[in-house]
Design a protein around this ligand. Sequence first.
Ligand code: NDP
Length: 323
Amino acid sequence: MTKAIRIHHNGGPEVMQWEDVPTPVPGPGEALIRHEAVGLNYIDVYFRTGLYKSPLPATLGMEAAGVVTAIGEGVELVAVGDRVAYAGGALGAYATERTIAVDRLVKLPDAIDFTTAAAMMLQGMTAQYLLRRTFVVRPGDTILVHAAAGGVGLILCQWAKHLGATVIGVVSTPEKAALAAAHGAAHVVVGHANLSAEVKRITGGAMVPVSYDSVGRDTFMPSIDSLAPLGMMVSFGSASGPVPPVDIGMLSAKGSLFLTRPTLATYTSKRADLERVTKDLFEVVQSGAVAIRVNQTFKLSDAAAAHEALEARRTTGSTVLLP
Ligand code: NDP
């Protein structure tokens, strides 16, 4: 038997149960992984509440790091004993062991420990595609990053600075502002009530070519109003709730804006993309350009408390669940 956090229906953190489940056997193209560390991500909240749908009962979680303990038929990408990590693919990371399709696994460099790996895979790959592919950030760009002290946020701030950009971070408290500033945000705005006016002041009226907005409903219009003509609104999350339907005529009226709603799954669905993105991520982490901040750890069995903290905006940086 193995242990897993499962939900039998959607709801608050209390629906998560620590249960015995049979140890799965890897099928063709799969490996069995013994998890050493599991990543906590906001998407886990969306699956728990039902904003994102999955068949029930479900084991939550999309990211972990650990050791391959068995492989199925035809597997060549990994071998028993390999240190591996993954983000995305089928749900099921909140477990002491799981099977997974090996084309989602990457081998870990020796220098990256399991906790760091579990913290950085999903959030770091997200930062990579957002900065390097969705909108290609150039030296000299001034960009807007929401939830700048969060998991994805702290990585975006550091990586964008490393690329030569000036980051305007948006956070909810002075403490988070200090943290974002210490991780590369040149300017930090607390709250979004006067965001476009603040962006206008900071940029001398130029506004920004891109807003990386993971907050969703509450910040959609402040983000749009902070863009320069031809700017890109990258709406990549819904921490405050989903963005209501948009009248696309507004995009022309506000200056021929671009709007995209990207997901990591699209940007890493091909194995070659997954390898390129993780190579880039491992490089910036190993060079020290991007530090992964694991600011909270919880026991995996205590995942409900981790969800409560994340939703109450009490976490900063990344959070890892330990089996
Ligand atoms: P974070 O660590 O960023 O936590 C969420 C943060 O959102 C909070 O700390 C808070 O920061 C901010 N926030 C603003 N409004 C609310 C609210 N009403 N309730 C809760 N939080 C709020 O989480 P992650 O790093 O895991 O994820 C960040 C975002 O990126 C999420 O929206 C997630 O869905 C998205 N994401 C999208 C991906 C994609 O490919 N599309 C992939 C990965 C993540 P503050 O207090 O400073 O406002």
